[in-house]
Design a protein around this ligand. Structure first.
Ligand code: NAP
Length: 266
């Protein structure tokens, strides 16, 4: 990227657990420039203007809008970014499928690039690819996701996307699958006890919230007389930075909103 203007980035949520690491990463990346932060409480960062709202920051102009805030405000922020022609890169989880569809349509109309990724960690993305393979061969799958005690949404965005990937693989395997459909695959929430987890896309998800954890996910596959376990652990928030850096760079060349880092990686 040498010889080019740095990518001008606005960050919302700069004083949160993720936001602090994101600000550090942007400041350490020579071809990124932090041009503003959004903070309704007016907190300051040296040398960077603070704006009280996303709209106020975006009307100053920027290339990319990075959001690590809360499920309550993220949709409004992402929509404001698209309306201002600023590429959204959204890490905040909790957007509904309807909100994601609406944001994708709005970005598509403007041919604006952007990325929504519930998990920027490379290992989590690779887990998603492996899940799609294993779901073709193992009829049972359950997800256990574990996060720090302050995580607001449950199940995690990553667990929801993982369940969807398993469901997609099951559907596309069709008659070529290595197993006969079993009740667990089509079970519904109503038919099962709550202690069997929240069933999403036919896959039970179990959520754990405890201090001392960052972000962890185990996917257990069951077959005839055998199980196979995939596990990913994020022990520091720096794990999300290489993927986020890549998403910011890719957002500059995309002409649509891409959902999931796995769809951005070559
Ligand atoms: P956090 O520590 O609670 O940080 C959220 C920050 O957003 C807080 O500083 C909060 O301000 C701020 N905020 C709230 N409303 C705002 C608004 N209207 N404008 C600007 N800032 C606002 O949470 P976190 O652990 O950093 O996580 C943030 C989000 O990222 C969550 O949705 C989490 O699930 C997600 N996440 C995603 C990934 C990924 O790879 N995609 C990885 C980890 C986490 P106050 O300090 O005033 O409350």
């Amino acid at each position: 990227m040498s010889g080019r203007e740095p990518i001008a980035v606005v960050v919302a949520g700069a004083f949160g657990k993720m936001g602090r690491t994101v600000v550090e990463m942007i400041e350490q990346t020579p071809h990124f420039r932090l041009v503003g932060i959004v903070d309704p409480k007016g907190r300051k960062l040296e040398g960077v203007p603070t704006y009280p709202s996303a709209g106020a920051a975006l009307s100053q102009g920027a290339d990319v809008f990075v959001d690590f805030t809360t499920p309550e405000v993220v949709y409004g922020h992402a929509r404001a970014a698209i309306d201002h022609g600023v590429r959204p890169v959204i890490g905040t989880t909790g957007l509904t499928p309807e909100e994601i569809a609406d944001l994708s349509a709005r970005a598509g109309t403007r041919r604006l690039g952007g990325v929504i990724a519930p998990n920027f960690a490379l290992g989590a993305v690779l887990m998603m690819r492996m899940v799609a393979l294993l779901a073709r061969y193992f009829p049972y799958a359950e997800i256990i996701e574990l996060h720090h005690e302050n995580k607001r949404d449950a199940p995690s965005g990553t667990a929801i996307v993982t369940a969807a990937a398993i469901a997609r693989a099951r559907r596309s395997a069709g008659d070529s699958r290595a197993w006969e459909p079993v009740p667990a695959v089509s079970m519904t929430q109503e038919a099962e006890s709550p202690s069997r987890g929240l069933v999403h896309d036919g896959v039970p998800i179990h959520s754990v919230r405890l201090p001392g954890l960052v972000a962890h996910q185990t996917v257990l596959f069951g077959g005839v007389g055998e199980t196979l376990t995939l596990r990913h652990d994020t022990s520091a928030r720096t794990a999300f930075m290489p993927g986020l850096r890549l998403a910011i760079e890719k957002a500059m060349t995309l002409d649509r909103l891409v959902v999931g880092l796995e769809n951005v990686l070559d």
